[in-house]
Design a protein around this ligand. Structure first.
Ligand code: KG4
Ligand code: ZN
Length: 362
């Protein structure tokens, strides 16, 4: 058992004259982020520093460099958001830090910083699950969004369908058996020499192309199993590139249409097994894609459901969603987790059956 820090058992005071303020910290992968959010849904300040410059020469995220960059950037960023909001640390009621899933060294930077700030300020620490932060983020911007809802979480690291039944109550209905959708966009962008970041580059190229030009597979579409798969689609694009004769714009458009078909089919399947859903919600960087958003909006409409997508800055990795998850957890009952450990793997639904090849996507 880890020793408990003095001061554990702290509770966020609920001053009657102002809403609770939470400082959120996010360092699970290659984005350093800090934000101040009030629990009545105002973002007082938020910053995100991408580490693209650090990792670009290596063609992927280098965990050790990610952790070092978080160390350099996080503390000044906390000061910046406090300054921007015109607050001192003493005015913050709780600290929420991402504790997993993610790169362990990267997670430790944010979590230990959160612990130190909580200890120094005598305020409670909320150890946040990054996936939970994505799952609850739409409620930060949409006060009317009640449970339960179906969440499609599609980013470079995650591709999941979650039944969100309440704070702390998640059912993982589907996950990817190989690549995440954003990862597939990034790999295809590389194949087509479209540059980085891949998703927006493929989307821009696709605008000039014909989505029907290149026949591509739709892995798992129509199958009774609920999961996603994108590796075969990416390989099919590689073969089409190698065979020559296709314009990059046509390949991009055909690929994007195939991903959209997969996402819509898989989401429809989970809607059928989660009929209690009162809304269809999409989060994650891929939700920035217009074609995909439009197709999912149409699906929601077909099912008579509201369609909710948070603004892009809240869809991609950020700390406002972490602070908001802190608000949601505090509203559900007293929380203080000064002994929390970084958890590189931390599934939201521990009951979900393991899926072949999906380990790292948690
Ligand atoms: O949520 P996010 O910022 O970071 C994590 O991966 O957690 O998502 C980034 C991913 C990348 O794979 C990127 O290519 C993809 O989202 N993405 C897009 C678009 N914008 C970002 N994919 C398709 N179309 C886009 N417009
Ligand atoms: Zn994320």
């Amino acid at each position: 058992m880890a020793a408990r820090l003095p001061g554990s058992g702290r509770e966020a005071p609920r001053p009657p004259d102002r809403p609770v303020i939470v400082l959120g910290l996010e360092t699970s992968c290659d984005e350093t982020a800090a934000a101040l959010v009030t629990c009545d849904r105002r973002i007082l300040a938020q910053r995100v520093a991408s580490q693209m410059d650090v990792h670009a020469p290596f063609g992927g995220v280098v965990p050790e460099l990610a952790a070092r960059a978080h160390v350099e950037r996080l503390a000044p960023m906390v000061q910046q958001v406090l300054d921007e909001a015109g607050l001192s640390l003493a005015a913050v009621d709780a600290i929420a830090a991402t504790a997993g899933p993610g790169l362990v060294g990267a997670l430790m930077v944010g979590l230990v910083t959160g612990k130190a700030l909580a200890f120094a300020a005598g305020k409670p620490l909320v150890a946040v699950n990054h996936l939970e932060a994505h799952a609850l983020s739409p409620r930060l911007v949409d006060p009317g969004l009640g449970f339960p809802y179906l969440l499609l979480l599609v980013s470079g690291g995650h591709c999941q369908l979650l039944g969100v039944e309440g704070v702390g109550r998640y059912r993982r209905l589907a996950t990817t058996i190989d690549d995440a959708a954003g990862e597939a966009f990034d790999k295809v962008a590389k194949l087509l020499n479209l540059g980085f970041p891949g998703g927006p580059a493929v989307e821009a190229a696709a605008r000039e192309g014909d989505a029907g030009a290149v026949p591509l597979p739709r892995p798992l579409v129509g199958t009774p199993e609920p999961h996603f798969s994108f590796a075969g689609l990416k390989t099919a694009v590689l073969r089409a590139v190698d065979s020559g004769g296709h314009a990059p714009a046509d390949l991009a458009a055909s690929f994007q249409a195939a991903v959209a078909d997969c996402l819509v089919d898989r989401t429809a399947r989970s809607l059928a097994t989660f009929p209690e859903a009162r809304a269809l919600v999409v989060a994650g960087g891929v939700a920035a894609n217009r074609t995909i958003r439009e197709r999912l909006a149409a699906l929601a409409e077909d099912h008579g459901l509201p369609f909710v997508v948070p603004p892009v800055a809240l869809c991609t990795d950020n700390a406002a969603m972490v602070a908001w998850a802190g608000c949601e957890r505090l509203a559900a009952g007293p929380v203080d987790e000064p002994d929390a450990e970084a958890r590189p793997r931390w599934p939201l639904d521990p009951e979900a059956a393991p899926v072949r090849g999906a380990g790292v996507k948690a």
